[in-house]
Unconditional design. Structure first.
Length: 119
């Protein structure tokens, strides 16, 4: 399947991390999703009912990031993928979870987890 919907830069504040302060103070995360779905019917009908209402996926991601308290961002990325795959039309998902300000001394880069899951 080659049809995709891309949702980028979903920015959320959450409490996932190994360090105690990450669990208490929290930090910003950014999520990019690629969702593989069949868009042919929606492309012909022009009806929201024939496609994925991406507002629902965005809300789901925001809720997960805000409420989950995992030690590893790998676990958070997996939870986001599992949630996306629970939507009927989604056949495959790629999750890019970015931790833009990891509390690592002398490190100004980003940590990015990139996973792909199939239904």
């Amino acid at each position: 399947m080659t049809d995709c919907i891309h949702l980028t830069e979903i920015r959320c504040y959450g409490y996932t991390g190994v360090l105690p302060e990450e669990q208490v103070l929290g930090q910003w995360f950014e999520v990019d999703l690629t969702l593989w779905i069949d868009l042919e019917k929606a492309g012909q009908s022009d009806r929201l009912e024939d496609t994925l209402d991406y507002r629902e996926i965005i809300s789901s991601v925001q809720q997960l990031v805000k409420t989950c308290r995992f030690a590893l961002i790998e676990r958070l990325a997996a939870a986001i993928a599992q949630s996306a795959l629970s939507f009927e039309l989604v056949k495959q998902v790629q999750v890019k979870l970015t931790k833009p300000a990891a509390p690592i001394p002398d490190f100004g880069g980003k940590i990015i987890i990139d996973i792909t899951r199939l239904k």
